[in-house]
Write a protein that binds this ligand. Structure first.
Ligand code: DSN
Length: 405
């Protein structure tokens, strides 16, 4: 293998082993998922869909894509009579773009949680192409509880009459009431589009409400709580799927990355096992334990806690910016990201919060006891107490929970 790249792989492996990863959107895929990614499927062109390819030699590829689709339906308990699945999106951003491109005429309104309140860039933020082609009608959380106010959402939807309403985001710690979102979408005459990227693994593990009984379209990345490869899927009701399939290919993408599709199939199988269900439950248990301990140590947790794998800490409440907090923690071996909190008085470049997630460390085998240690380490580093000693303890703890190879 190329010496320089091998050296970098070794360094990255070391960095990971030595640190505690609390990035809410990251996880560690299994050896089987990685093997599928590096398999022969990586260099085959397969533009088109099963039995309708533009290149020859795709018999096995067709079987692979159909297997991934069948496993996706099985995992989320959706029927082939009602739902189609597209497993070709390269990642979450093209998946979301494809849905909008397929279903929403240019210039129309899409209603979504604003990025600053916990939404996602590709839900119509002005810096994203989705915010340039479509007009975002933002919604957020209420000031007091920092949770979605469904009454306000209904009001916004009835005034704006958006073509679609997007549920889901990247920094919202509470359960989303999909049934109410459905009612609101129906009253406003909107499509209900759920982006479950963050919590898909929790849905698969039956630890979070399923959006499928209520949504028209569901997108998800496959590498977050679902613990698969960097890729995405789109589930759509039959009446929407022809347009969505065309939007993915040839609308936005060329040949699908069939090694990703193979790895998705592996991950979907893994996510259907009893062990994964236990994993999903522990992810949430760990997030709650970490949030509770931080709260006990005097840190303000946005929305007072979490129902999921992630939560936000308002570090500005103690006079520290999110940027400084994430930098200091990184130096000590705790990896997470700075994040805007609802109604943030600071800027996205250096916001008031940090986002903390437990999927990765739960995969490495940590439990609630370790979460309490980590809370103590975060507390010590941010308040500059026993920094040198704490750094050592962080490294020792991280090393006790190596990444499976
Ligand atoms: N960047 C991802 C996250 O961190 O939530 C979403 O795309």
């Amino acid at each position: 293998m190329d010496k320089e790249v091998r050296k970098l792989i070794r360094e990255e492996t070391q960095r990971r082993d030595d640190s505690i990863n609390l990035i809410a959107s990251e996880n560690y895929a299994s050896k089987d998922v990685r093997e599928a990614l590096g398999s022969v499927f990586l260099d085959k062109y397969a533009e088109g869909y099963p039995a309708e390819r533009y290149y020859a030699g795709n018999g096995v590829i067709d079987a692979l894509e159909k297997l991934a689709i069948q496993r996706a339906r099985k995992l989320f308990s959706v029927s082939s009579g009602e739902w189609d699945v597209n497993v070709q999106p390269y990642s979450g951003s093209p998946a979301n773009l494809a849905v909008l491109h397929a279903l929403i005429p240019r210039g129309e309104k899409i209603m979504a949680m604003s990025l600053a309140m916990g939404g996602h860039l590709t839900h119509g933020h002005k810096a994203s192409v989705t915010g340039k082609i479509w007009e975002q009608v933002p919604y957020g959380v209420d000031r007091l509880r920092e949770e979605i106010d469904y009454g306000e959402l209904l009001h916004i939807a009835l005034v704006a009459r958006p073509k679609c309403i997007i549920a889901g985001g990247s920094a919202y710690a509470r359960k989303i009431d999909f049934k109410r979102m459905r009612t609101i979408a129906d009253e406003a005459g909107s499509i209900l589009f759920v982006d479950m990227s963050h919590f898909a693994g929790l849905v698969a593990g039956k630890m979070y409400p399923s959006p499928f009984p209520y949504a028209d379209v569901v997108t998800t990345t496959t590498h977050k709580t679902l613990r698969g490869p960097r890729a995405a899927m789109i589930f759509s009701k039959k009446n929407y799927s022809p347009a969505i399939n065309k939007a993915v290919f040839p609308g936005i993408q060329g040949g699908p990355h069939m090694n990703q599709v193979a790895a998705i199939a592996v991950a979907l199988h893994e996510a259907g096992t009893p062990a994964f269900r236990k994993y999903a439950s522990r992810v949430i248990e760990n997030a709650k334990a970490l949030a509770n301990e931080l709260e006990r140590l005097g840190w303000r947790i946005v929305s007072n806690g979490t129902d999921t794998h992630l939560f936000l800490v308002d570090v500005a409440h103690r006079g520290i910016s999110g940027g400084v907090a994430s930098r200091e923690l990184e130096k000590a071996g705790i990896i997470l990201n700075k994040n805007m909190i609802p109604f943030d008085a600071r800027t996205p470049g250096d916001p008031s919060g940090i986002r903390i997630g437990t999927p990765a460390m739960t995969t490495r085998g940590m439990g609630m006891r370790e979460m309490r240690y980590i809370a103590g380490y975060i507390h010590a580093i941010l308040l500059k107490k026993n920094v040198a000693e704490t750094k050592k303890m962080i490294k020792i703890l991280a090393k006790k929970f190596p990444i499976a190879r």
